[in-house]
Design a protein around this ligand. Structure first.
Ligand code: SF4
Ligand code: SF4
Length: 226
């Protein structure tokens, strides 16, 4: 899932600026699960902004609403009236949610309340870790289901660098060397011979390096492209 964390409150206050009627919009999917931007966080942030603006002598009208997913038009349509009445929308969705609101409501000023961090999972209660860099050409079938792009500090694809020490990454000893993890898992699955296979260089055009990406599924489209 997408992992995000809330921006510092002072930064959020700065983004809200002089807007009087503020709508805080939470998102009910990834950012709810990582406790950054769900209905609870949206309500708390709205209350904090109301209190802070009152203390600053400039009370604002701050309300909150949460949609199931900010990145789909049909959910955004359900809050169109509230969005259109607001001077400013403070989105607690990921960067995609913020841009979806901006695209769907062209006359609305929308600002982000979160920093979108990475694609990852909860390793334990209160700890999230990165697992995927969305490279667009998944190689997990070659690396025992462990991603060297997202989990190696240098995104090395052909084994560990010289800084791998006792299973730890040279960048930070709290980070396991991903190539040690790949080696150990291949060994435990009796597939170490996969490491000896010669592979062509990875085609990075499917990643961000090839510019903004797009997937088109003609079988799912309602209209043919002209
Ligand atoms: S290989 Fe690419 S798609 Fe697969 S987990 Fe790693 S970054 Fe994500
Ligand atoms: S020590 Fe391992 S994880 Fe760290 S940069 Fe080198 S290969 Fe990557």
């Amino acid at each position: 899932m997408i992992i995000a964390e809330q921006k510092p409150f002072e930064e959020i206050k700065g983004l809200v600026g002089s807007a009087q009627k503020v709508l805080v919009v939470g998102c009910g999917t990834c950012v709810t699960v990582c406790f950054a931007g769900g209905s609870r966080e949206a309500a708390i942030l709205a209350a904090s902004l109301r209190m802070a603006s009152k203390l600053d002598g400039d009370p604002k009208d701050v309300t909150d609403v949460t949609v199931q997913r900010q990145c789909e038009w049909e959910y955004l349509d359900t809050i169109a009236e509230q969005v259109n009445e607001a001077d400013l929308v403070l989105s607690l969705g990921c960067g995609i949610g913020v841009q979806a609101i901006a695209e769907h409501f062209p006359k609305t000023w929308v600002v982000p309340g979160l920093n979108t961090s990475f694609l990852g999972l909860p390793a334990e209660q209160g700890v999230w870790v990165e697992r995927c860099a969305a490279c667009g050409d998944c190689i997990l079938g070659l690396t025992a289901g462990v991603c060297p792009i997202a989990r190696c500090s240098k995104s090395l694809l052909n084994g560990p660098c010289g800084g791998s020490q006792d299973g730890h990454c040279e960048v930070n000893e709290d980070i396991p060397c991903v190539w040690q993890l790949i080696y150990d898992r291949l060994k435990s699955l009796d597939k170490l011979e996969m490491l000896s296979e010669i592979r062509p260089p990875k085609n990075w055009r499917t990643s961000r390096d090839g510019g903004p990406r797009k997937i088109v599924r003609p079988d799912l489209r309602l209209y043919e492209e002209e």
